[in-house]
Design a binder for this molecule. Structure first.
Ligand code: GUN
Length: 292
């Protein structure tokens, strides 16, 4: 069993980013990212802090906006408009999910697609579907593909089962896997979700299983084929009495039970998570280059 170490691959991506940042600096350019958080969900707060910190470590310009829970739609739209117009900002990320009174789709559509480093704007979703390389690919799906490539897992002709159909992971990763290329594409993809019948029967046919449903330890050993590759996108906080924080992070896969059957598997934490942040940095650099 091969442990796919996301932290190591992420470090390689960040080294590539560092080289590009140095090149841009020679041209007098510094990529800038604005991260916006509305409300005080502890997990979202932790993500936003780590994105901001990673930016600063790399020498990117980073601005963090932490807004109160009762921020109105209009106030948030006004901030997005201000960031769209700010020439020092090349990437804008509004942490998902926002509080319930905010219309997330309207916020995503308000972001200048050229600064949409999350790849959630309809224009970038279209570009992903059309395989147009000028678009932005969502960071977590791009991270999954890069991990497969780095681990030497060929997707050509493989049957990939994606568990989950979210805008952030399930749908875009399915599009990337079925794209017409041998770099993480050319797969036969099945997208399964909460209404899928005979789920275990289906997942057992997967050469590659991507779990992105947000349910702790959902994937059990009897759902995985011997020799399969498993990518666990889940980041779930579960209670852990007696530990310092009182909680621990587990994936969507019951790692201890599943890992012995796998050809390769990502751990949680230290698998897909670090890749998401690294790819966000890469997208911000791409936005800076493309904005000119
Ligand atoms: N929430 C969980 N993952 C993401 C992400 O990649 N981008 C944003 N904006 N919100 C998220």
């Amino acid at each position: 069993m091969q442990l796919i170490q996301g932290a190591k691959v992420a470090a390689t991506v960040l080294e590539e980013c560092q080289r590009e940042i140095a090149e841009l600096a020679k041209l007098g350019k510094k990529p800038g990212l604005a991260v916006v958080l509305v409300g005080d969900d502890p997990a979202s707060r932790a993500y936003v802090r780590s994105k901001d910190k990673k930016c600063k470590d790399l020498g990117l310009h980073s601005v963090k906006h932490e807004l109160p829970e009762n921020t109105t739609q209009e106030e948030l739209l006004a901030l997005v408009a201000q960031l769209n117009a700010d020439p020092s900002i090349h990437g804008i990320l509004v942490q998902s999910p926002p509080p319930r009174h905010i219309d997330e789709s309207a916020i995503v559509r308000a972001i200048d697609p050229r600064k949409d480093v999350d790849g959630f704007h309809p224009e970038n979703v279209a570009k992903l579907t059309l395989e147009d390389p000028t678009g932005f690919v969502p960071c977590t799906p791009a991270g999954c593909i890069r991990l497969l490539q780095d681990a030497g897992v060929a997707t050509d002709g493989a049957h990939v089962v994606v568990l989950g159909r979210s805008m952030i992971v399930g749908k875009p990763v399915a599009l990337l896997l079925m794209a017409k290329n041998s770099n993480g594409g050319n797969a036969t993809v099945t997208v399964a979700h909460s209404r899928t019948k005979n789920l275990a029967e289906l997942t057992r046919t997967a050469d590659i299983l991507i779990a992105a449903i947000g349910r702790p330890l959902f994937v059990k050993a009897d759902m995985v084929k011997e020799g399969a590759v498993v990518i666990d996108v889940g980041i779930n906080r579960v209670e852990a009495p007696g530990t310092e924080k009182g909680y621990k992070i587990v994936g969507d896969v019951d790692f201890d039970a599943v890992a012995p059957k796998c050809r390769a598997i990502t751990p949680v934490p230290g698998g897909v998570g670090p890749m998401t942040i690294a790819l966000l940095m890469a997208n911000t650099i791409k936005a800076c280059r493309q904005l000119g």
